[in-house]
Design a protein around this ligand. Structure first.
Ligand SMILES: O=C1O[C@H](COP(=O)(O)O)[C@@H](O)[C@H](O)[C@H]1O
Length: 234
């Protein structure tokens, strides 16, 4: 199982994660003249994004995208793009190019195809990835019991973005979603999973021992994603 690194409080935790992402993005800009970062939405990443935004790392050479998104316009409070624009793409990081996963006025599958194309144009791998995890064990929009789950977790496909239908009969997710697939994470140089709280720690420990075909955390570990798990009680 992946080691869990613990930090005493949210400030130390967010600073440690932001420093790792900054280091990988700066190294990629120096080595390749460009870099690609992908991050999550949700309630967890804001303090990390606020710190990362201040890094002096040549943001005009960096493309920023999402690991997942709801199929909603950016005006929606549920939009992960809105969080990225409001918190990460500020200060020095405002110079970065944003690649949204959602496209307005098309189906979720068409939006996914457009995002897959835009991401492939940005590069053949992600230089730094931040992940969050829901208390049901989902990362990106890889939801337990979703009909797209097994495809998203298939390690041998090419890196892409898939549309995820909303769950039936109250199952998650309540809205259509878009998600990068496991092969994008396999190809990444660095993947940091930021966890807060005792519940998420125990969910991670349980999921890490699970079935790689149906449990995203187990799939990442089995596929040898370069995963760093960084936790604070919060
Ligand atoms: O639905 C989502 O949830 C997860 C976890 O969110 P959090 O609020 O528990 O931090 C997030 O990683 C994902 O990007 C988001 O779309």
């Amino acid at each position: 199982m992946s080691q869990i690194e613990s930090f005493p409080d949210t400030d130390a935790w967010a600073a440690a994660i932001a420093a790792r992402l900054e280091e990988s993005l700066a190294a990629a800009v120096i080595a390749n003249g460009r870099a690609v970062f992908a991050g999550p939405g949700g309630t967890t990443p804001s303090p990390i994004y606020a710190r990362l935004a201040q890094a002096d790392i040549g943001w005009d050479r960096i493309a920023v995208t999402l690991v997942d998104e709801r199929h909603v316009p950016e005006t929606s409070p549920d939009s992960n793009a809105r969080l990225i624009r409001d918190v990460l793409l500020q200060g020095p990081a405002a110079a970065a190019r944003f690649i949204p996963l959602h496209s307005p006025a098309v189906t979720v599958d068409r939006a996914a195809a457009l995002a897959a194309h835009a991401l492939a144009q940005a590069g053949d791998r992600l230089d730094a990835v931040l992940l969050g995890m829901g208390e049901d064990g989902h990362i990106c929009s890889m939801f337990p019991d979703s009909p797209t789950l097994r495809t998203l977790l298939t390690p041998t496909l090419k890196p892409t973005v898939l549309g995820v239908p909303h769950g039936r009969d109250g199952a998650a997710p309540p809205q259509e979603r878009l998600s990068i697939n496991l092969p994008w994470l396999i190809s990444a140089d660095r993947v940091v999973l930021g966890l807060k709280g005792a519940v998420k720690r125990s969910v991670f420990e349980r999921e890490a021992e699970g079935d790689p075909a149906t449990q995203p955390i187990a799939a990442l570990i089995a596929a040898k994603v370069p995963l760093e798990v960084v936790w604070t009680e919060g």
